[in-house]
Design a protein. Structure first.
Length: 110
């Protein structure tokens, strides 16, 4: 994954997490809302813009599509998407370790 692809936006991170199994737009939105306890809300514009970008990068692909309705597409993460997610997850874990090593406590103060 080229350096310019990191860090992932929260939207990209949670969308990739939500498509570890085939999922459609509304399902992605609902899963992200549940995972983040409402902290991350994906509006339609954000979601579908992010899905287009992730698909162009080869990080997700259309798993299935209802030919009668464009709203019935299901997306799934690709091997490249798993690798991008893994690298971002490692980057975030490293940041947390660095903070702990420098004495940051559970409230984020130093």
């Amino acid at each position: 994954m080229p350096y310019q692809d990191t860090p992932l936006t929260e939207a990209f991170y949670y969308i990739l997490l939500a498509v570890r199994r085939p999922n459609h737009g509304y399902g992605i939105t609902q899963e992200v809302d549940t995972l983040t306890h409402g902290r991350v809300v994906l509006g339609a514009g954000t979601l579908y813009g992010a899905l287009q970008t992730l698909e162009k990068r080869g990080w997700i692909c259309v798993y299935s599509a209802d030919e009668a309705s464009r709203k019935k597409k299901e997306y799934v993460i690709t091997r490249a998407g798993r690798e991008a997610f893994r690298k971002e997850h490692e980057r975030l874990a490293e940041m947390l370790r660095d903070g702990q090593m420098m004495g940051a406590d559970e409230y984020g103060t130093v």
